[in-house]
Design a protein. Structure first.
Length: 294
């Protein structure tokens, strides 16, 4: 494994620390659209800046972590041009399953193996190296890249064929969206009746309605009125759009996901590209009430 050459493209909020964990143990090339992030990454973690995307593809395992499948598809010709023989491309973007299948198919003719491997656990999980990775694609290929994934993951789950990782990720994000919107409206209703959100969460968080949103996100961000932008509303809306689209394609009646998608699209238009938890502010505006003001 030591001889394995790794490359990482996309040093955003997630990619920067993920590539940092890789660089601590393995020889890691990095490339980022804004070059200054790559330079500071190299200084911080001892990674090496690749001259181009094609140069980064001169590796054994290439990671990408970009906003959407659209940006990943743009890399495709450069990666095919530069690919080292036997390259495995692991895409950690929360992309869409159909694009993952399209990419894998295009790469097949060039002998490049592909896995979709989106992650969950947020920026905190990325910094602590405790992400969950959900993988779609060939199980043997996953075993080859597992030691590299383990540098930033606490849990790695093989979900099924190509696209399965992306599909599971989108489903998880739909649940996150549902929880943010549903919790916002019930807390607004309780505040109107004189119950503070702090008190309501004390009960909910030791009862059956609790979720990651009620336990970890709302206390800091909605009640504390601090909305650090760790995961943008734009990216979450993209994820829920993928989930809703995929449910429609499978002809599964999905009114809850469809409504969540529509509400998030409105929130994104009205609030701009804020942190995802700030979607609560859409319902606050409609109610004419701000949560957590005691
Ligand atoms: P960021 O917006 O922080 O980073 C995006 C990265 O993609 C940056 O490196 C950016 O480069 C690069 N990029 C954007 N557009 C292009 C392009 N056209 N060509 C090349 N590079 C491009 O996103 P995150 O790190 O937050 O998210 C990355 C992925 O991970 C997304 O799919 C997201 O949904 C998912 N995710 C995010 C989580 C989070 O909590 N933030 C949690 C789990 C998954 P530049 O620096 O130049 O802008």
């Amino acid at each position: 494994m030591d001889a394995m050459k790794i490359a990482f493209i996309g040093l955003g909020l997630m990619g920067y620390p993920m590539a940092g964990h890789l660089a601590r143990t393995l020889e890691t090339l990095i490339w980022n659209r804004s070059a200054e992030k790559a330079v500071s990454h190299a200084q911080e973690f001892g990674s090496r800046v690749a001259g181009s995307i094609a140069d980064a593809a001169q590796s054994d395992i290439l990671f990408t972590c970009l906003p959407t499948s659209k940006e990943v598809l743009e890399l495709l010709p450069h990666i095919i041009t530069g690919a080292k023989a036997g390259l495995i491309w692991v895409d950690c973007t929360s992309g869409d399953p159909a694009s993952a299948r399209q990419i894998a198919l295009s790469l097949e003719a060039h002998g490049i193996r592909f896995l979709d491997a989106p992650v969950s656990g947020g920026v905190k999980g990325a910094i602590n190296g405790k992400l969950t990775v959900m993988v779609g694609g060939d199980a043997d290929t996953l075993e080859t890249v597992r030691p590299a994934l383990e540098t930033f993951a606490a849990k790695i789950v093989h979900c099924g064929p190509i696209g399965a990782g992306m599909a599971v990720k989108a489903a998880n994000q739909a649940l996150l969206g549902v929880n943010i919107l549903a919790l916002s409206e019930v807390l607004l209703g309780l505040e109107r009746q004189g119950v503070t959100s702090r008190t309501a969460l004390e009960v909910i968080n030791s009862s059956s309605g609790r979720s990651n949103v009620s336990q970890n996100l709302f206390p800091e961000r909605v009640i504390g009125r601090a909305f650090p932008n760790t995961f943008s509303l734009k990216l979450m809306t993209k994820d829920v759009r993928i989930a809703a689209q995929s449910l429609r394609e499978q002809q599964i009646p999905s009114p809850v996901t469809a409504l969540t998608e529509q509400l998030l699209e409105v929130a994104l238009r009205e609030l701009g590209d804020v942190d995802h938890v700030a979607a609560a502010q859409l319902l606050e505006r409609w109610a004419g009430l701000e949560l957590g003001v005691e």
